[in-house]
Write a protein that binds this ligand. Structure first.
Ligand code: C2E
Ligand code: CA
Ligand code: CA
Length: 510
């Protein structure tokens, strides 16, 4: 009831202060002339602009003052919710509707960690421009917190699923074009959530925006580059996920957080050269939660070391099981965070675990992020990496090409292999400058006798190009997605069969 009254009052106010009120002015002037004569007419004609100005000023507080974002110059979120409110109020007369879209740049934290704050700001600015350019002039684009944007569509006749899917795919395509920042070519991707009028829980701008945000959270949870339309059940899922984070410690102890495994293969022979352990939270009700969602909660709760112990234990258990089943997996790769690497007891712990499993140290590959090595003025980290190398563990330099590490560092830390970051791999088969960058990295690695592994290899074309350019190993969706331990046995069996069918895989073909 109150909402209906508020909407009517707002419509009346809009009418009084809007252009439609001008239609009444001639009638008003005539009436005043007939009733009160010429002097009153002149007074009204002169006084009217003053009255309208005062009305407008009085009406001002009804609209929220909308600030702008200093970085992009875009308005902030109230611009979107107010605009949707406005369209919904006018819908009765115009017959036109709207929809709300929220766009989030995938793994923005990672981009910021890799390329620095300045580049990250430029990414936001470019994304803002591209989103605005993709839309019509009257659509409203606002900056939300972090690397997220919201859109209120200008009144349109139909806002259905098909229209929105087309529009959001266009936005994704615009954002996936390469960005040139500080002499680097950067590829980004975006996930998108939207709320259609027919699915909103309430016909208000705030409800549309909340719903689109919940849809974005669901899209991001599904993986980079996803699009989701809001459905009422999603709101509950988002709230449940937030609540789930509270119990991250319990999840670790009850065995819900375990590694999945992703194969790495040789470009020369096709044989498995390793398996990377990637943490997954198998939540009994909420399904599979990716590390991007729960690693921050692990960090905040000081559980990094506990996670590391659990992942290491399961990884070595898996390695023993692969051995027992007759599969040749030279080593299992485990990701180590800077916090774990700062633990003075780390080497003892790892050495003890390897002994317990009766595994040679070279069967364990330690993945260390390039930016941890590049910025390491922490003595314990430096000592730990060297000691792990001396122990005989393999050291992979993860996300290579994003952290500005020097050849001196590669030598100092006894790095055994570099993992070329996905940003250099994406479209390397069709993009000449990507090929040039890759060739430069591979030549450098070859000169210093350093084996290479390319990660994020998503297509057969990229795989073939990497093999042709002389990259030693590949890992990515085109070979296999990360999978639960049980599935690795089936995958390895199938892979062994495939290799037996094609005994000689040349260096120039995947
Ligand atoms: P990372 O170490 O760079 O791992 C590679 C990420 O790329 C994984 O994401 C993997 O699923 C994904 N990926 C693999 N192939 C492809 C591909 O072809 N295309 C695309 N687009 N992505 C691909 P995931 O599993 O979500 O892990 C994200 C990050 O979380 C990892 O990045 C790593 O930094 C961290 N992480 C995962 N597990 C652990 C862990 O046990 N400990 C620690 N400290 N960090 C972990
Ligand atoms: Ca890794
Ligand atoms: Ca990586």
């Amino acid at each position: 009831m109150r909402k209906a009254f508020a909407v009517k009052a707002l419509s009346f106010q809009t009418f009084l202060t809007g252009p439609k009120a001008l239609a009444l002015i001639p009638a008003l002037c005539l009436a005043i002339y007939w009733l009160s004569g010429e002097t009153a007419l002149i007074a009204t004609a002169l006084g009217m602009p003053v009255i309208l100005a005062v009305l407008n000023i009085m009406a001002m507080p009804a609209r929220k003052t909308v600030g702008t974002d200093g970085l992009t110059g875009l308005p902030l979120s109230p611009a979107v919710s107010d605009n949707i409110d406005q369209t919904l109020v006018e819908q009765a007369t115009t017959g036109r509707t709207t929809a709300c879209i929220v766009i989030g740049i995938d793994d923005f934290r990672g981009l910021e960690a890799s390329f620095g704050t300045h580049a990250a700001e430029n990414i936001i600015k470019s994304a803002a421009r591209r989103i605005t350019d993709t839309l019509r002039d009257h659509d409203i684009v606002a900056r939300l917190t972090g690397a997220r944007f919201a859109v209120a569509l200008a009144p349109l006749r139909r806002a259905d699923l098909e229209t929105l899917l087309q529009l959001t795919s266009r936005i994704q395509a615009a954002l996936s074009e390469p960005l040139y920042i500080d002499a680097s070519k950067i590829y980004i991707s975006a996930s998108i959530g939207f709320c259609l009028p027919s699915h909103a829980t309430d016909q208000s701008g705030a409800a549309y925006l909340d719903a689109a945000e919940a849809a974005l959270a669901a899209a991001s949870a599904h993986g980079a580059g996803s699009i989701r339309s809001f459905a009422p059940g999603l709101m509950q899922t988002t709230q449940e996920r937030d609540a789930a984070m509270v119990d991250v410690a319990g999840a670790l102890e009850s065995g819900q957080i375990i590694p999945w495994f992703q194969p790495q293969i040789s470009t020369n022979t096709g044989a498995i050269s390793g398996m990377e352990a990637l943490a997954r939270w198998q939540h009994p009700e909420k399904g599979l939660i990716p590390p991007s969602e729960f690693l921050p909660a692990i960090e905040e709760n000081g559980l990094n070391e506990r996670l590391g112990e659990i992942i290491l234990y399961h990884s070595l258990t898996a390695l023993k099981a692969w051995d027992k089943n007759g599969f040749e997996v030279p080593s299992v790769s485990v990701n180590f965070s800077a916090t774990e690497l700062s633990n003075p007891k780390l080497v003892d712990k790892i050495s003890w675990e390897l002994d317990r499993f009766e595994l040679a140290p070279e069967r364990l590959t330690i993945e260390i992020l390039e930016n941890v090595v590049a910025s390491s003025d922490n003595d314990t980290i430096t000592r730990n990496i060297s000691a792990l190398g001396q122990l005989g563990c393999e050291i992979d330099l993860d996300d290579f090409g994003t952290g500005h590490s020097s050849i001196a560092n590669i030598r100092r830390f006894a790095v055994k292999r570099i993992k070329i970051d996905r940003s250099y791999v994406t479209r390397c088969d069709v993009d000449r400058s990507q090929q040039d960058m890759l060739a430069a990295i591979l030549t450098m690695a070859e000169r210093i006798n350093l084996p290479t592994l390319a990660e994020g290899v998503e297509t057969v074309g990229e795989h073939a190009m990497l093999a042709q350019l002389g990259c030693d190993h590949v890992q990515g969706f085109s070979i296999a997605r990360p999978m639960a331990f049980d599935l690795t046995l089936e995958w390895m069996e199938a892979h062994r069969y495939k290799l037996a069918q094609t005994p000689q895989i040349g260096r120039s073909a995947p």
